[in-house]
Design a protein around this ligand. Sequence first.
Ligand code: HEC
Ligand code: HEC
Length: 204
Amino acid sequence: MSGANASARQPARRFSGPARAALSLLALLAGAPVLAAEAPEVAQACLSCHGEALAEGAPPIAGHSSNYIQLQLVFFRAGRRKNEIMQGVAEGLSDNDIRALGKYFASLPVPDAKPPADTQPDLTKTGETAALQHRCAACHGDTYLGIQAAPRVARLPEAYLAKALGDYRANTRPSSGGAAMTEVAGSLSDADIKALAHYLAGLP
Ligand code: HEC
Ligand code: HEC
């Protein structure tokens, strides 16, 4: 993506020249030929961690709702959601950047990553039972692809899922939706978190 900065500065209304090249590359990265919302220049800075290859423990963000993405960026910027990397990133974002980033990443298709081969089917079963017990699907949907304020949690990286649940439980991450996740995570044991993360990461 080097050299993209200068060209992205020009208005890219008609998706021509370098802008089109950048957009088709993004569509390619996201794995589907959709017409994405215009990529704001500031989105280039996100792709090293949230692009096709994930880095630094970052989850995929393509296809989350614009509201969810914007909220998380505001939480990071305000220091209410703790993460050194993302607090540093969000610090430099204006409200307009945040709106544009939310709209842009929400317009990209959900990555259709295949679940990893399940080497621990017993843990998967335990996770499925825990998910039923705690009624996770009531908010996240039967296929865990998300409903309204509750984001997609199917096939996110296992380590990220475990960290997210631990962060809600430790209250180092606020939850929208009337503190829904703070309440849910409060009743989870370490073993529950491990099993739930394994189950959700491996959903077909
Ligand atoms: C150097 C790596 C890196 C860069 C660059 C980066 N991020 Fe992140 N991002 C992360 C990590 C790591 C997390 C997970 C934080 C956590 O565990 O709470 C994250 C989390 C997020 C989340 C929350 C996702 C969720 O499912 O809750 C959003 C939204 C996000 N980043 C947006 C962005 C945007 C927009 C940019 C560019 C302006 C960006 N990030 C740049 C590493 C990065
Ligand atoms: C009452 C509704 C509700 C229930 C029940 C619920 N969730 Fe959530 N969940 C939400 C909402 C709303 C969010 C977004 C919170 C935020 O702003 O961070 C969320 C966020 C999450 C995230 C963060 C995703 C990310 O990308 O960072 C994970 C993981 C998660 N939920 C897993 C679960 C699991 C596992 C269960 C069952 C044990 C569960 N949820 C039950 C509403 C719910």
